[in-house]
Design a protein around this ligand. Sequence first.
Ligand SMILES: Nc1ncnc2c1ncn2[C@@H]1O[C@H](COP(=O)(O)OP(=O)(O)OP(=O)(O)O)[C@@H](O)[C@H]1O
Ligand SMILES: [Mg+2]
Length: 251
Amino acid sequence: MNVQRVATGIAELDSLLEGGYPKGHGMLVSGPPGAGKTILATHFLHQSCKDGKKCMLMLTHVNVESFLEQAENIGFDFRRCLENGTLLITKSFEVRTNKIQNASRLGSGIGFVEKDCVENVQEIPDDIEVVVIDNLDMLSLYHNVEEFADKFFTINDLLSTKRCTSLFLIGQEESGIKHSIAEHIAFGSLMLYTNRDERTGKGIRQLYIPKMRCTNISLEPVSFRITPSGIKIENIFQRDEILKDALESAV
Ligand SMILES: Nc1ncnc2c1ncn2[C@@H]1O[C@H](COP(=O)(O)OP(=O)(O)OP(=O)(O)O)[C@@H](O)[C@H]1O
Ligand SMILES: [Mg+2]
């Protein structure tokens, strides 16, 4: 059975993934702060809303306004999607900060404030087709390795059973055990990071896809820029072009 694809909202990324993210599966998107994880997910949400898919965004570490502000800044206006219910955003960030304020006022610890992420996922309405969790850092921070593995496995399983195509963003533990476990559990893994261009010495943003089940991936990192209209992937075929040039000049 062929895996169906869901457009990522970035044409060049679709071509790297044989048409898009594998439908009904969960992908891990990792990278340090500012790497572009939320913007990558914003492209996906915007494209999915445009295609008439019902989407859910679970924000754990920024408030809704802050997300909408950055989206608008790169040309994505979600107001109509929010009004007509194509995009639902859970406010777990606001719930958490309110609880933290109350807890500190009462002088109690704040360990209890995390509403269980699994519970949030269980409550996702059945007609949702696309889910973005931005991000898993709180889950990772508040749980030991075994608990994190159990919870992430359950979240991924619940969403796959609902046939949701999902992005799980993670910023911490890049090279740690929890990241490896999440990468192992997820259907695919995309890594965003900054690097140094050997020729120019300048910093560059890169995207690397180490894993995507059912997909012929190249394992070649690609460079990208974040512009006022979002992510622009460059140099996908750079290696092929260099090889072609070398072959042509050898003839
Ligand atoms: N309009 C813009 N033009 C150019 N670059 C931009 C623009 N808007 C955002 N950026 C870049 O995108 C970065 C933020 O990207 P994003 O929010 O997706 O990162 P992130 O990986 O989600 O970070 P975090 O882990 O902090 O949530 C900014 O640090 C900035 O460099
Ligand atoms: Mg982010």
